[in-house]
Design a protein around this ligand. Sequence first.
Ligand code: OKP
Ligand code: ZN
Length: 343
Amino acid sequence: MKTVFSPLHAGHADTMELNSGEIVPGFEKPARAEIIKARVESERLGPILPPEIHDLAAAKKVHTSAYIDFLPTVWPQWEASGRGGSAIPFTWPTRGLRGDVVPDNIDAQLGFYSFDAGAPFVKGTWHAIKSSYDVALTAAALVKAGERTAFALCRPPGHHAGAAFMGGYCYINNAAVVAQWFRDQGAARVSILDVDYHHGNGTQEIFYQRRDVQVLNLHADPMVEYPFFLGHADERGHGEGEGFNHNYPMPFGTAFDEWSAALEDACGKLVAYAPDIVVVSLGVDTFEKDPISQFKLKSPDYPKVGARIAALNLPTLFVMEGGYAVDEIGVNAVGVLTGFEDR
Ligand code: OKP
Ligand code: ZN
């Protein structure tokens, strides 16, 4: 299996986040991608390729043009305002406020284009976002060209980013971008299987009213876990899209027996949909030692996840999402991929 990777992710570094009443170093840090890359090498998964550079047209098919145009302006605007540190929003146009005017102020714009304070910007953030997008599209082209599978080693992740907002470490929704790209390249139907611990609210929002992209999401119950405000089992799609979104919220403490039963059900729905391509939003924050998550999957479970996905016998693109137990992130993420390859 080929991996696509860019060193430019590393400029998105030294971020800060609010966690349980304290400002702490961001959990979504460069070592994550470097350790996965090192494991790809030590396991001899296959060649590691650099991304091709793309324009932003594919991003603008799933995000608003205004939102995508805003992202590269954040750090220059922040620097012009005379500040350093991390650019983080603190005011949002929620119920009762004006959501139809975008003020000129950078703090206001950050709030307008986000749903939480969890997507900080530093100097290298935009270039990392762009590289992650290029990585996803380059890996997608490998599958389109006939490879059975490919691994987009994306950082930052994407599945919390909606059509017009960032949040939860995510800026451009890489999985949504490539699903749309496959459609535009002639795929009739695409399934997105999101196995990250957190609900992929952005992916759900983007395709919620569509039947040409099926979205299957396995995650911690939003009644008790981030992103809290989407991801319940009764969200099944709307209008034309009704019946094409499936959520599997699970309680804290879920281990592989229960989790894999949900995966089995999702695979059944996927097979019934008969997509041309599967895009896997690959998060390994379901791991028992993840520092911000509450599921109980173990390292030997991840190859079984890969093997189950391989049994679908469909062209499959893996897009990296979350996973914060940095010491084991390589073993777990690459474990899914070697399991897919049956070795
Ligand atoms: C991104 B992905 C507060 C904890 C929650 C947001 C988690 C985003 C996860 N510091 N922060 O789905 O892995
Ligand atoms: Zn996650």
